[in-house]
Ligand binder design. Structure first.
Ligand SMILES: [Zn+2]
Length: 252
């Protein structure tokens, strides 16, 4: 039996057999939000889904269908945005954990393609799940980002990245038909001193919706960076399962 399974395509007997042998799940979480003039609204969701699938192939787990609605408060006034409130997102994570625990899942790895999701996830794990439910929850976003930034040809818009070279490259690797490179433009909005220290967020200071430079993006870079993210995520996940004595990688 393969140690990974795409839940969205699986039927009950397969799920039962898989979960009995490998009681682990991987949940990709994205966001529905603007990504400038050249990338689609579901960019973060598609990236999370692909990294989750590639992580599972290198480790273990039932890959659940991706959650397309994230915590996207910063974009709440921008057309296309659908966001949960912080508290709703925490409850969503808690409910997912309980759902999985009820049929025997012992650990879940939440892989985010959107930078803000880990905030409510972290608080949900600490306040609503840890020591309350019998399931372990690990989460991460863009594993290996430092390496990707070091390899990128464009300079980073501090302190975030959005719709720039890295995200655009990954999208060229995942869904080239959804990327309009002819419309890609660089944009480095000025950074107010109180950015992220007041109500000011990316949504307040955006211009084109891009933060950085998407023009050097290529599918080849995207494939490499997805591999880096998946390699690092798989290593983190396997070490986490081993630390909790849940899985040692050996075929049982
Ligand atoms: Zn994004």
């Amino acid at each position: 039996m393969s140690s990974w399974l795409d839940a969205g395509k699986a039927r009950l007997p397969e799920i039962r057999a898989f979960a009995k042998r490998f009681p682990f799940a991987i949940l990709p979480v994205g966001s529905t939000e603007q990504h400038g003039p050249h990338l689609p609204l579901n960019t973060d969701t598609l990236i999370a889904e692909r990294i989750a699938m590639e992580t599972a192939k290198r480790s273990v787990g039932l890959v659940l269908p991706a959650m397309p609605v994230g915590y996207a408060w910063v974009w709440r006034d921008i057309p296309g945005t659908v966001t949960l409130r912080f508290d709703s997102y925490m409850q969503f994570i808690r409910d997912v954990a309980e759902s999985l625990e009820r049929w025997g899942v012992k650990a879940v790895f939440i892989i985010s393609g959107h930078g803000s999701n880990p905030q409510p996830i972290k608080h949900a794990v600490r306040e609503l799940i840890h020591e309350k439910l019998g399931i372990k929850v690990l989460f991460d976003v863009y594993a290996g980002l430092d390496q990707m930034l070091a390899e990128a040809d464009s300079k980073r818009w501090q302190p975030e990245i959005h719709a720039e070279e890295i995200e655009t490259s990954m999208m060229l690797a995942i869904a080239p038909d959804l990327v309009r490179m002819d419309l890609a433009e660089a944009d480095y909005p000025p950074l107010p001193a109180d950015y992220a220290k007041s109500e000011l967020s990316m949504g307040h200071i955006m211009r084109s919706g891009v933060f950085g430079d998407p023009r050097p993006a290529t599918a080849e870079k995207g494939r490499r960076w997805i591999d880096i993210a998946a390699d690092k995520s798989a290593a983190l996940w396997l070490a986490y399962l081993a630390r909790h004595g849940l899985y040692d990688g050996a075929e049982s």
